[in-house]
Design a protein. Structure first.
Length: 260
């Protein structure tokens, strides 16, 4: 019981620290135990209609480092919440089943599901081997995935090179929610190199224009009702640490949708 209470107290303290750090213009910077986490994001254009949605491109990243040593605790789950003034559109967008890219290289996956690509980026990790820590990295591709329990999903695809060759095709549900945040994306991260690895950096650029029946649609769009778009994250690590906080970015409301 005492151990469970201590983890709850730690989670609450982490949330407080993260919320205070999130007020910085450079995003959220949190240091807890042996974890140093920096997260930030943004979107373009910043000029957005007040009462209707316009296409945007969203970019976000988080960086994880160890305060002491080369390898931080492994990230097990990330839950990312997106502002209620954001909107997702997937109707008519091609779908990529995760099994189609589960063993594919980056180039093979992009050829197999090119019509379903909604974002790209980069993933970095460190693997603790007997000879010392080894950094590995991979391009990240984000595909529109099949619906799950009526909700849209994305497939995060990456393939790390030797000495830790591994292909990832993570199915992440996008849940519609009540309250100040419209969507929650839940990312469950598998072990890297049999537990020897830990994620150190994830960067994603998300945005896609497409046509359905001759009409133009945007995968991500937003409006600017109150001058702020808010993104909230909750990160859970293998040893139980939870880091929770938000990053706010300013937008400027306009009367007409901006041109692209």
């Amino acid at each position: 019981m005492q151990r469970r209470l201590s983890w709850k107290l730690l989670a609450a303290l982490c949330a407080l620290v993260a919320l205070l750090a999130a007020s910085s213009a450079s995003g959220a910077l949190v240091i807890v135990n042996n974890i140093v986490l920096h997260a930030d994001g943004g979107f373009q254009p910043r000029l957005l209609p007040r009462d209707r949605y316009a296409p945007i491109d969203f970019r976000g990243y988080f960086d994880i480092a160890a305060k002491v040593g080369a390898k931080p605790p492994a990230l097990r789950q990330a839950k990312i919440d997106f502002d209620r003034d954001g909107r997702l559109s997937v109707q008519g967008l091609p779908v990529c089943p995760p099994e189609r890219v589960a063993t594919a290289s980056t180039s093979e996956a992009r050829r197999a599901c090119g019509g379903a690509i909604v974002g790209s980026g980069k993933v970095e990790a460190v693997v603790a081997l007997a000879d010392g820590p080894v950094p590995v990295s991979s391009p990240l591709t984000i595909f529109n995935g099949p619906r799950q329990a009526g909700n849209p999903t994305v497939i995060l695809h990456a393939r790390t090179p030797p000495p830790a060759p591994q292909t990832f095709a993570i199915l992440a549900p996008i849940e519609r929610r009540p309250g100040p945040f419209r969507y929650r994306v839940t990312l469950d991260f598998p072990e890297i190199a049999g537990g020897l690895g830990a994620i150190t950096y994830v960067e994603a650029d998300v945005g896609r224009d497409f046509k359905v029946g001759g009409q133009r649609h945007s995968y991500v769009s937003a409006r600017c009702r109150d001058g702020i778009l808010d993104t909230h994250g909750r990160f859970t690590f293998e040893e139980g640490t939870v880091i929770d906080g938000s990053v706010e970015k300013a937008c400027t409301p306009i009367l007409a949708a901006p041109g692209r």
